[in-house]
Design a protein. Structure first.
Ligand SMILES: [Zn+2]
Length: 446
């Protein structure tokens, strides 16, 4: 066969896949309406009564399993948290190809008051589907299904296995019961595509290979209560200083400034090719000081500052934690009170950074599939290189297993975690076309 005729056959296959994707789009839409109807709110989110949503992640995953079965997927359940199983669908390849996982989380954030009385009843309006989890990220599941349906109906058999990893617990960073549990159960793959929202209108299907890590923590600074009128004796020459009282607000401001200084240093010391200079921040989000009740006529004896910081790929959470604590410890050495009353740290939640090198084969494969799609679909704007994600995803947990991972999906992250969440329906077919092309060239076909 000549090169020319091979290319003609390849184009004919792609045309047939695209036609099947277009032909099954209405069914993908019905699947999305169905998935949205399950109240698969992450039960462990702050402010959520878990009992209200018991079993809903499972029911949503069962609906997806029922849709994947007719496409030839073998269905497996990985259940680490009781009652919250992950779905692993495997479409076995004919052999000799690389495997690909399509990853999506089935849990959503809690509902918010919006235009619609029931966030679980999808409403279609002007080409958008509204509903909780529509963009983040059940539209991703619909696109995976549509890609698999397109491949199957076009008569394509892949050489490598095609997986669907539909996980629970993502919205609370509970990867150990979700994506990590699947990988630990032995479902490792050669590449992973996470269909989180990366389509901020009018851009479509951005591909992201990097995300910052972050860490949520809080500081408690101790003071010593006294009558407010003793302030002059506590802070001015001639008084007894700390023996009278210590205002925790004064000490918190000192600590705040020390942290601000570290943040300024980070602008120069924390660098990464995927991030703009100064991208890594130590954001103070809550500041509170009092004597246990809000009463101004006292020296507050405690202050708390809650921070959320971001850090680059290449650093670990342990390193960041040690660096921040050491900086505050050293700064405290210059203050007699803080030297004797060290700042107390509580490190709450961390999410590791993500980074897959753009020179990886997998990145090249996805990017050329995307370039090819951009050539025939004017809505997909050309992209020279993968971009840095605004939000965290499960990508880094594949990378932790040595699996290259990228994020690309049909939703717009700007209306994820928002009232009136929606997804443009045409984005689902575009995402399916990209996923099908990726699977075809990554997994191979005969
Ligand atoms: Zn998400």
């Amino acid at each position: 066969m000549t090169h020319e005729s091979a290319r003609h056959i390849a184009n004919a296959v792609l045309e047939s896949i695209d036609a099947e994707i277009a032909g099954n789009a209405a069914q993908a839409e019905r699947l999305l309406v169905d998935l949205v109807s399950f109240r698969s709110v992450n039960p462990l989110q702050p402010g959520v009564n878990g009992a209200d949503y018991e079993g809903e992640e499972r029911r949503a995953n069962e609906a997806l399993a029922a849709a994947l079965t007719p496409l030839g997927f073998e269905i497996n359940w990985i259940e680490v948290a009781q009652g919250r199983p992950n779905l692993v669908g495997v479409l076995p390849g004919t052999g000799g190809g690389r495997s690909l996982a399509l990853n999506g989380h089935i849990d959503t954030v809690a509902p918010q008051a919006g235009r619609f009385a029931d966030p679980w009843t999808a409403v279609i309006e002007d080409g958008y589907l509204y509903g909780l989890g529509a963009a983040d990220m059940k539209a991703g599941h619909a696109a995976m299904w549509l890609a698999a349906a397109g491949l199957r109906n076009a008569g394509v058999s892949l050489k490598g296995d095609l997986h669907v990893h539909s996980v629970v617990g993502e919205e609370t960073m509970s990867h150990e019961i979700g994506t990590t549990a699947i990988l630990e159960a032995g479902y490792a793959v050669d590449g992973a595509l996470i269909a989180e929202p990366t389509s901020p209108a009018p851009q479509l299907l951005n591909v992201s290979n990097a995300a910052a890590g972050n860490y949520l923590f809080s500081l408690t600074i101790r003071g010593k209560s006294a009558h407010w009128a003793a302030r002059n004796l506590a802070i001015r020459a001639g008084g007894a200083g700390d023996a009278i009282g210590v205002n925790a607000i004064d000490k918190a401001v000192y600590v705040y400034n020390a942290m601000r200084q570290l943040e300024e240093q980070w602008a120069f010391t924390k660098k990464h090719p995927s991030f703009a200079p100064g991208a890594f921040i130590i954001h103070p989000g809550v500041l509170r000081a009092d004597i246990g009740v809000e009463a101004a006529p006292f020296f507050p004896d405690r202050a708390r500052i809650d921070y959320l910081l971001s850090f680059p790929p290449g650093n670990t959470a342990e390193q960041i934690r040690a660096e921040v604590e050491e900086h505050i410890r050293l700064a405290s050495q210059m203050d007699p009170w803080l030297r004797e009353h060290p700042v107390e740290f509580i490190w709450t939640d961390t999410w590791p950074p993500a980074y897959t090198d753009p020179s990886e084969d997998f990145v090249q494969t996805v990017m050329s599939a995307r370039t090819e799609l951009a050539g025939i679909d004017g809505r997909v704007t050309p992209l020279d290189a993968p971009i840095t994600a605004a939000a965290q995803s499960d990508a880094n947990f594949y990378e932790a297993f040595g699996i290259p991972a990228l994020v690309c999906g049909p939703g717009d992250v700007r209306n994820a975690h928002a009232a009136n969440e929606r997804v443009a329906l045409e984005n689902i077919t575009a995402a399916a076309r990209l996923i099908a092309r990726t699977a075809l060239s990554w997994c191979g076909t005969n």
